[in-house]
Design a protein around this ligand. Structure first.
Ligand code: NAD
Ligand code: IPM
Ligand code: MN
Length: 359
């Protein structure tokens, strides 16, 4: 009987809807496998701005740091878009990642064979499936680089953001990527823009140095523009991709789309041994479909499976959740984003219930 502390941050838009379904699934996992999950809800993002003026209030930080893992929905929305950038919902997310030291963001893009019909690519291109792990650096790069701002210089406005990496930041995420590749097909592609950017030349140098520790892993390099193209041209060529924060943000949305829908893609963000892992869908708060029971909860439910596997060491439980998702897809149930003629269209809460029933 385990007693696991999980901080739950529903956030904004579809965040609360998809998190509720993951919590439903977690309840079944607890019953079936005899675990106690101690859920600690906390305000985050726009919801926290409304209640306390800050997107990541100190109480929320304490709740997260005292938990074994954090399950998070999404933040942001038009209501908060005109706020001072320092207190926007997205800033709270960046602060949470930083506070947790979550420097490695694992975003698996996998095509469920059951979902081949929802894939945007030609059947012959995905005949061998898609199974890519994007390892995105998460707490550095142009997201956090200083100086950054908008200033008036010589009578006009100048905007600037600094793309900067220190070598230890590159080395530690590279190690996670090589370790990940060792557990998979031992192929790693480092994505950068080393033909133009100095920061990318350092990235490449350090990744090459780390590769000496992993002689079994076949390392390749690709410029980010080419990588964006190859992802749609021949996704089967990729095993693990390691890249910086900004390139990883963009490529992971692209990887999501080629597997069917961004509503399917989970993520895990991990850092030091003493900080909680963060688990969140790759998608955002989807204001266009919020509050209508239309969201696909699978990305969040698969993020829960990653939480069980990586932060709690509950592999059988994680397998059960992933198998339940595959079962429901195989049975033809689809939310709107992955719906095709002849399938059974369901809403967010029905999808969550169907998965929970099959765990
Ligand atoms: P988005 O991911 O929220 O939505 C993009 C498109 O995908 C929309 O058409 C949406 O309806 C659809 N979509 C997303 N998730 C879905 C799901 N689970 N099921 C079905 N369809 C889904 O990206 P956006 O529109 O660029 O951003 C909206 C807001 O979310 C912004 O405020 C942005 O800053 C924020 N955002 C937050 C996160 C996060 O919290 N991790 C991530 C990305 C964007
Ligand atoms: C994501 C999002 C965030 C990011 C935003 C909302 C800060 O796009 O999680 O992918 O850019 O990291
Ligand atoms: Mn993103």
């Amino acid at each position: 009987m385990g007693g696991y502390k999980i901080a739950v941050l529903p956030g904004d838009g579809i965040g609360p809807e998809v998190v509720a379904e993951a919590v439903k699934v977690l309840g079944v996992v607890g019953k079936k496998f005899g675990h106690t999950f101690d859920l600690r809800y906390a305000d985050f993002g726009g919801a926290a701005i409304d209640s306390s003026g800050s997107p990541f209030p100190p109480e929320t930080e304490i709740t997260c740091m005292n938990a074994d893992a954090v399950l998070f929905g999404a933040v942001g929305g038009p209501k908060w878009d005109s706020l001072d950038p320092a207190i926007r919902p997205e800033k709270g997310l960046l602060a949470l990642r930083k506070a947790a030291g979550a420097f490695a963001n694992l975003r698996p893009a996998k095509l469920f064979p059951e979902l081949a019909d929802a894939c945007y690519l030609r059947p012959d291109i995905v005949a061998n499936g898609i199974d890519i792990m994007v390892v995105r650096e998460l707490i550095g790069d142009v997201y956090f680089g200083e100086p950054s701002g908008i200033e008036v210089r010589d009578g006009e406005r100048v905007g600037f953001s600094n793309m900067i990496y220190r070598e230890h930041e590159i080395r530690r995420v590279a190690r996670v990527a090589f370790e990940t590749a060792m557990k998979r097909n031992k192929k790693l592609c480092s994505v950068d823009k080393a033909n133009v950017l100095a920061v990318s030349r350092l990235w490449r140098e350090v990744v090459t140095e780390v590769s000496k520790e992993y002689p079994e892993v076949e390392l390749s390099y690709m410029y980010v523009d080419n990588a964006a193209m190859q992802l749609v041209r021949n996704p089967a060529a990729f095993d693990v991709i390691v890249t910086g924060n900004l390139f990883g943000d963009i490529l992971s949305d692209e990887a999501a789309a080629i597997t069917g829908s961004i509503g399917m893609l989970p993520s895990a963000s991990v850092g030091g041994p003493d900080t909680p892992g963060l688990y969140e869908p790759v998608h955002g708060s989807a204001p266009d479909i919020a509050g209508q029971n239309l969201a696909n909860p699978v990305a969040t439910i698969l993020s829960l499976a990653m939480l069980l596997r990586y932060s709690l060491g509950l592999a059988a439980e994680a397998d059960a959740v992933e198998a339940a998702v595959a079962d429901v897809l195989a049975a033809g149930y689809r939310t709107g984003d992955i719906f095709r003629e002849g399938m059974k269209r369901v809403g967010c809460s029905e999808m969550g219930q169907l998965i929970a029933d099959r765990v």
